[in-house]
Design a protein around this ligand. Structure first.
Ligand code: ASP
Length: 314
């Protein structure tokens, strides 16, 4: 049997044991394990990596714990605008949506764009109209309202202009932005790779702001060699075209997947002040999950390795 496996993330950021309660820690571990198992079972039954990326991300979107789907953060207007994208490494097809409201599972909308649209990227009202035309599930505002997220937003809504317009220390960025985007990368039994990302963006973002997550090449990329999904301070990931940079560096260098990913996150991204991490899997089922923040919600499992579910830097 050919090697198969997947890796998932639930965002990178100031995730440290001292800020956690045992209950919250357990809740994160359980949800990550659940998503991982959903994906792994599908892969073991022979499902294509594209379906696996979508289905695992849906599990995370449906949880209030992560900044995607139901748990999305509020923008500066107190509204929720979500972004998502999915890419098939087998044939480089992709679907992406940005700035969408009230969509229950933005990753499913992105998948629909991939499957039936002539376009790759739809935004705002146009994407929502496409969703309506194709019977994608909507939810009302109450479904997305989360008291904790609202409090996070209230704390910074009035101070945001200076925080976003002027340079901040890394500590400020970490404390004020809860990076909690979700993502998945998968290698199936046919040897095909896929990746996906879904996010509410960053708390208190300007109306219309789009980060890296739905941008093919920055927030995700997949080809026949490798699949990558990013999480972190989107503006930096956009400028470094992180996911594509990793995939191309693998092709062009003799470095291992781990070395390339670590170099991109801990050197290229860190050098310009970018915070975050990536998950990646290659065609041999090797996985890398580096980050330059105190923690990253992450998990992986392959047919060769038992894998793990982790959140801290150990
Ligand atoms: N990359 C996302 C963004 O900038 C945030 C995150 O990863 O949590 O929109």
């Amino acid at each position: 049997m050919k090697v198969f496996g997947l890796a998932i993330h639930g965002g990178a950021g100031n995730i440290q044991k001292e800020y956690m309660t045992p209950e919250l820690e357990r809740a994160y571990e359980e949800k990550l394990s659940e998503a991982l198992e959903v994906g792994y079972k599908l892969l073991a039954s022979g499902a294509p990596s594209l379906n696996v990326a979508e289905e695992t991300i849906k599990v995370l979107e449906d949880s209030p714990l992560f900044n995607a789907g139901k748990g999305s953060v509020f923008n500066h207007q107190g509204k929720i605008e979500m972004d998502a994208a999915i890419m098939n490494g087998e044939n480089l097809t992709a679907g992406a949506v940005a700035g969408v409201k009230n969509i229950k599972n933005p990753i499913t909308l992105a998948r629909k764009v991939l499957d039936i649209s002539d376009h790759v990227f739809l935004i705002g009202e146009g994407a929502e109209q496409f969703a309506k035309d194709n019977s994608i599930d909507f939810e009302d505002d109450r479904y997305f309202f989360d008291h904790k997220r609202w409090e996070q937003f209230q704390k910074i809504r009035d101070t945001e202009a200076t925080q976003l317009d002027h340079s901040q220390s890394n500590v400020d960025i970490l404390e004020n932005n809860k990076f909690g985007t979700v993502g998945a990368v998968a290698l199936d039994q046919q040897g095909n790779l896929a990746s996906g990302s879904s996010t509410g963006g960053v708390t208190n973002k300007k109306h219309g702001r789009v980060g890296d997550s739905p941008v093919i090449g920055s927030g995700l990329y997949a080809n026949h060699q490798c699949a990558v999904s990013s999480t972190g301070h989107g503006e930096y990931f956009l400028r470094n075209v992180v996911a594509y940079d990793i995939v191309k560096s693998i092709e062009l260098s003799s470095l291992s997947l781990k070395e390339v990913c670590e170099n991109t996150i801990n050197k290229k991204l860190a050098d310009i002040g970018g915070l975050g991490g990536v998950i990646a899997i290659d065609k041999n089922g090797l996985v890398a999950m580096p980050f330059n923040t105190p923690g990253m919600y992450r998990a992986f499992k392959t047919s060769n390795e038992e894998g793990c579910v982790r959140m801290y830097d150990y």
